[in-house]
Design a protein around this ligand. Structure first.
Ligand SMILES: Cc1cc2nc3c(=O)[nH]c(=O)nc-3n(C[C@H](O)[C@H](O)[C@H](O)COP(=O)(O)OP(=O)(O)OC[C@H]3O[C@@H](n4cnc5c(N)ncnc54)[C@H](O)[C@@H]3O)c2cc1C
Length: 445
């Protein structure tokens, strides 16, 4: 692959000391060393890469910040990783159009901050927003705590610029919230995990920034009080902008081994609620909210300062990292259960005796169920350990992943549990858009 050195405006990494970092993401999946890692900065380099990949039969693995939890950017044998970190382009807000455009390489943090500087707001808030790239967040259709009110990344995407299998860059969609010219190819690329093309940039919709935020820490006397919370709030006409939770085991570990802010967390289990409705910091909102919480309200703690709120979210955001440091062999799932089935799910999960611990996004039924030592199992035993969990979710009308995606980590389970028609359709689309398997071959389906 000496020709790689002739690619214009492209850094090429071949030294194993550098490429080793690319053999994993933040999941338990480990891949082989890639043939090379390339960091292109111009279209000509991309064009050459696509044509050479098609002609010579290797695949290009798109990579953002490598914070994914499904092994989607992990190399497969004989692949070349395309790290988009150097891809150029400005982050630009169009306040008159309530839109923002940015290159895939931008950090999601920089995108959110740029919107804020303009007095606007880009809602998607994966807990990795300080780590992940804009392109990666689009390719995985990232969700986060506020997805229960504001939906996932795809809801905000208006147009996508992408490198496709013809080697050219195409723009799908327009910078407008209304567009209806048949099936939407920009939406097909969002959440496609790099299997249809490589996202180089996008335009997303913005909102005016919410003016008020009410943050509430709700200690619970036991786990039994937790799963009914979303329905309890909805019945009172309340839709939180976030409703997160920690179960008793995660909470105990955070208290014993976490950072200072975690040591004082109260309760047997714990919920973190946030509202951003106009007037939510006033008694006229808070009183009916406490009434809706019934006996649980007596223990509720309001975060009255920005610093308190930040400390609570700091603990929530570091929960995954904390558990990984404590249990390096942990396997973290992100299953979904419809909210009205959460009580039944937690009862039946306990009966599975799978020795799991959990935390996550209760408000949209997206639960991070962790098997703390499953990473030490071989692939077959891991599949067997996870399958009862997946079967339970599917039986309750849920699914295998709410936000992390399928990648390599959940591919086998996805192929087992998805409708065969849907798998055949996805493979058909892959064949139509990328017949030579240039982009992320072997992932998802
Ligand atoms: C502590 C922690 C918390 C997290 N919390 C959340 C959360 O709340 N919600 C959530 O959704 N996720 C979460 N994640 C997972 C992860 O951060 C997100 O999925 C994120 O969007 C991935 O972005 P990335 O830039 O790191 O992508 P990568 O990991 O580099 O890639 C992810 C996938 O996207 C593909 N890809 C990347 N860039 C492109 C591109 N430009 N074009 C085409 N394909 C591309 C890759 O091939 C791969 O399949 C968390 C991860 C960590 C470590």
């Amino acid at each position: 692959m000496d020709w790689l050195d002739a690619l214009p405006e492209t850094r090429v990494l071949r030294d194993p000391a550098q490429t080793r970092d690319y053999t994993h993401d933040e999941s338990h999946v480990r891949g082989p060393e890639p043939l090379a890692v390339v960091k292109p900065r111009c279209r000509e380099a991309l064009r050459t890469l696509v044509h050479r990949a098609g002609d010579e039969g290797f695949t290009l693995v798109p990579r953002g910040a490598g914070s994914g939890k499904a092994g989607g950017c992990v190399p497969t044998p004989g692949s070349v990783v395309v790290d988009l970190a150097d891809w150029p382009g400005p982050i630009a807000v169009n306040a008159a159009n309530l839109t923002l455009s940015a290159p895939a390489s931008a950090g999601l943090a920089a995108v959110k901050e740029r919107a804020e500087v303009a007095g606007l707001w880009y809602p998607p808030d994966p807990n990795s927003w300080r780590l992940c790239s804009f392109g990666g967040s689009l390719a995985t259709n990232a969700g986060g705590p506020n997805a229960c009110k504001y939906g996932m990344t795809r809801r905000w995407v208006l147009a996508v610029e992408a490198l496709m299998a013809d080697g050219e860059v195409h723009r799908f969609g327009i910078d407008s919230v209304k567009q209806n010219t048949g099936p939407n190819l920009s939406q097909l690329l969002v959440g496609s995990e790099g299997m249809f093309g490589m996202i180089l940039g996008a335009t997303v919709a913005l909102l005016p920034r919410p003016r008020e935020t009410l943050t509430l820490l709700l200690p619970l006397p036991d786990m039994a009080a937790l799963p009914g919370l979303p329905a309890q709030l909805f019945a009172a006409g309340l839709l939180p902008s976030a409703l997160e939770f920690w179960d008793a085991a995660v909470l105990a570990d955070l208290r014993a081994h976490g950072p200072d802010e975690a040591r004082r967390l109260p309760g047997e289990a714990l919920a973190l609620l946030e509202f951003d409705d106009p007037g939510c910091t006033h008694a006229g909102f808070i009183e009916p909210l406490l009434e809706a919480l019934g006996t649980l309200a007596a223990q509720a703690e309001l975060a009255t300062t920005g610093a308190q709120r930040e400390a609570l979210w700091g603990v929530r955001r570091m929960t995954s990292v904390h558990l990984k440091q404590r249990f390096p062999g942990k396997v973290s799932e992100d299953v979904v259960v419809p909210r009205d089935r959460l009580p039944e799910f937690f009862t039946r999960l306990a009966a599975l005796d799978a020795r799991t611990v959990s935390y996550g996004h209760l408000g949209d039924g997206n639960l991070h169920i962790n098997l703390l030592h499953a990473g030490e199992l071989d692939a077959e035993s891991l599949e067997a350990a996870l399958d009862p969990l997946f079967m339970l979710c599917v039986e309750l009308g849920g699914t295998l992943s709410g936000e992390h995606g399928i990648g390599l980590a959940k591919r086998e389970a996805f192929l087992r549990h998805a409708d065969p028609f849907a798998i055949a359709a996805l493979r058909g689309i892959k064949q139509a858009l990328d017949p030579k398997g240039v982009f992320n071959a072997g992932k998802v389906v």
